[in-house]
Design a protein around this ligand. Structure first.
Ligand SMILES: NC(=O)c1ccc[n+]([C@@H]2O[C@H](COP(=O)([O-])OP(=O)(O)OC[C@H]3O[C@@H](n4cnc5c(N)ncnc54)[C@H](O)[C@@H]3O)[C@@H](O)[C@H]2O)c1
Ligand SMILES: [Zn+2]
Length: 392
């Protein structure tokens, strides 16, 4: 935390100069500018194979359709209204230290576009000129403000502004521990989305799901990172034993077998034999991903209160949610679903009430306001209300 605060302070004081030196220190890159030439974004898109272009376009369309449907609607009334307005300028962090995440580009930027955000500023530690992160940004039409900066220094730049990078109103998007800590530290000076930790899944399955499908659902979670967590719930010990055996068999042949093995230490199994117990466990854990593949899935899903996202049925495996289902894969982890929610277009809006009291209503409610103001000893408040009565 001290190291991250020191990075933030440095960026606050030295601006771009700090970004150059920190990028050299932490990313081993000697940059002569931070801003990405829009032509490079287009070139990255043009270089993609057509099937991948199509896949990204389909994903973008599905996210757009979904986010448009779930936008909160204004509540307009004669006297008391509530209206939503897009944020003016947001910062999107796209991770890029050890892997590229074009899916995260779409899952963060498309909701911001649907919300109607005017300026979207992107930072990402991706330094090779031709890459799929740039391609996805081009597809989103976000080409004017893309900067090759990563880590805590990128978050500081977005929070406070530098000569090159504009200060934003809110920072969204996933990242590693430095990024997460920096978001925590700048919160208050700027808005942030949730702070997502290591990924997790809770699966409730019955024997209608083939063992190998469950194994790959678990592996898909486990391959994210060594700290990923999985919770497997079932009614049958025998079924769980078969799943465990098959995991042992298949793990050796997995490309990311080492990461999967490491995170298998965080696998938890439980036999649940009552509906009440099941729902209690699901709500208590409030897992990032809750996958229910069970003959009673309809009624179980209806009763779930807390989850980052719920995946119902055999064809709604979590991996399809990571990419093309539609809802953003940026979801709360570590029980945060008990009080927060996955990123969506509404997070890129703010809202306010409009109070427009008519004379007849004033006549009805003014005495109550006066009475309460008097009880609080705020006599100018009382007078502000009563003076209007006298001039009626
Ligand atoms: N929840 C989601 O939706 C989602 C999606 C994609 C990725 N992720 C997560 O994002 C993370 C990506 O991590 P990453 O590291 O690959 O990329 P990153 O972009 O988050 O972080 C890389 C940056 O970290 C900084 N850094 C590295 N070592 C440092 C040090 N010792 N001191 C200070 N700063 C340092 C560097 O500046 C570098 O640019 C992973 O944990 C991944 O699971 C989450
Ligand atoms: Zn995943």
């Amino acid at each position: 935390m001290i190291a991250v605060q020191a990075i933030i302070d440095k960026v606050k004081v030295d601006g771009d100069q700090a970004l150059y030196s920190l990028t050299k220190e932490f990313d081993q890159q000697d940059l002569d500018k931070l801003k990405v030439d829009p032509a490079l974004l287009k070139a990255s898109w043009d270089a993609l194979e057509p099937e991948l272009q199509q896949a990204l376009k389909l994903t973008k369309q599905r996210i757009e359709d979904y986010e448009t449907k779930i936008l909160y609607k204004d509540h307009q009334d004669d006297e008391l209204s509530y209206v939503y307005r897009p944020l003016e300028r947001v910062g999107i962090y796209i991770p890029g230290g050890t892997a590229l995440y074009p899916s995260s580009v779409l899952m963060t930027i498309v909701p911001a576009l649907v919300a109607g955000v005017k300026d979207i500023i992107v930072t990402t530690p991706v330094f090779q000129p031709n890459n799929i992160t740039f391609a996805a940004l081009y597809l989103c039409g976000v080409t004017d403000y893309v900067f090759t900066v990563g880590g805590a220094q990128a978050i500081a730049a977005l929070a406070y502004g530098t000569e090159s990078i504009p200060k934003v109103d809110k920072i969204c998007g996933p990242g590693n521990a430095y990024v997460a800590m920096a978001k925590r530290l700048v919160f208050g000076d700027v808005g942030i989305d949730s702070i997502a930790g290591p990924s997790e899944i809770l699966l409730y399955v019955d024997e209608s799901t083939p063992v190998d499908a469950v194994v790959y659902d678990l592996f898909a979670q486990a391959e994210h990172d060594a700290n990923a967590r999985t919770f497997l719930l079932s009614e049958s010990q025998e079924y769980v034993d078969r799943i465990e055996e098959r995991m042992e068999e298949l793990v050796e042949s997995q490309v990311r077998g080492d990461i999967i093995k490491a995170s298998m230490d965080n696998n938890h199994y439980a036999i649940v034999d009552s509906r009440d117990k099941l729902l209690e466990v699901i709500d208590y854990i409030g897992a990032e991903h809750v996958s229910i593949q069970h003959k009673d899935q309809d009624s179980i899903v209806e009763a779930i209160n807390y989850a980052g996202a719920v995946f119902k049925g055999f064809y709604s495996m979590e991996a399809i949610g990571d990419y093309v289902a539609g809802p953003s894969h940026v979801l709360p982890t570590n029980r945060n679903a008990r009080f927060s929610h996955g990123l969506n277009a509404n997070d890129f809006r703010t809202s306010h009430a409009i109070i427009s009291i008519k004379k007849a209503t004033y006549n009805q409610i003014a005495p109550a306001a006066e009475k309460i103001a008097q009880s609080e000893g705020l006599f100018a408040h009382q007078r502000s209300v009563s003076i209007r009565r006298e001039s009626l």
